[in-house]
Design a protein around this ligand. Structure first.
Ligand SMILES: Nc1ncnc2c1ncn2[C@@H]1O[C@H](COP(=O)(O)OP(=O)(O)OP(=O)(O)O)[C@@H](O)[C@H]1O
Ligand SMILES: [Mg+2]
Length: 167
């Protein structure tokens, strides 16, 4: 049941499948330059959501937990865009940021970035983004709060909201 305010949307998911489907719906709107920051503790559902996004976007490879690999790139058939699945949990220093080229990737028109643990290095997240805050409510229920910053991401959130409302 979506709850509405201007730039935010809250959704309660009742299963991993539902979280995945929600991600898949969002994934269809990602056509370059988007940064989707997924905040939430262990087991909140960040990777489940990201897997759905990858499916909806059309990734040719399945998204897996990026643990130990800070960035995993994925392609799709229809264009040259790259979806980067990024995990900032174990990012330790700004030399790693340079090494990984994170500054160039985040917000790049040719890239879609899904970021787990964005709150660990929030200064890396560009001003224009879609922030998804996932919270565990109980064993199977998760709250997902979406907050958009910047016109492009706000427009995506608006389309996503309309779709969820069935308009
Ligand atoms: N409604 C739900 N949505 C998503 N996951 C759920 C839900 N209900 C139960 N789960 C379970 O919660 C776990 C979520 O795992 P996931 O790897 O997505 O978490 P994460 O936020 O990426 O954690 P980590 O920080 O450890 O990577 C899975 O085991 C999944 O089956
Ligand atoms: Mg994860």
């Amino acid at each position: 049941m979506p709850i509405l305010t201007k730039d935010t949307l809250e959704f309660i998911s009742r299963s991993p499948e539902q979280t995945c489907r929600l991600g898949a719906r969002l994934g269809r709107y990602l056509n370059g330059s988007e940064v989707v920051a997924m905040e939430g503790g262990l087991g909140a559902g960040k990777t489940v959501f990201a897997q759905g996004v990858g499916m909806g976007w059309g990734a040719t490879s399945r998204l897996v937990s990026p643990t130990y690999v800070l960035i995993r790139p994925h392609k799709r058939h229809q264009d040259a865009l790259i979806l980067y699945h990024i995990d900032l949990y174990r990012l330790n220093s700004f030399s790693e940021v340079d090494m990984l080229g994170l500054d160039e990737i985040l917000g790049d028109p040719g890239a879609v970035c899904l970021v787990e643990w964005p709150d660990r290095h929030a200064s890396l997240i560009p001003g224009e983004h879609l922030w998804v805050h996932l919270r565990v409510l109980d064993e199977y229920r998760r709250s997902l709060v979406f907050r958009a910053r910047g016109g492009h991401h706000q427009a995506i959130l608006e389309d996503f909201r309309q779709e969820l409302l069935g308009n």
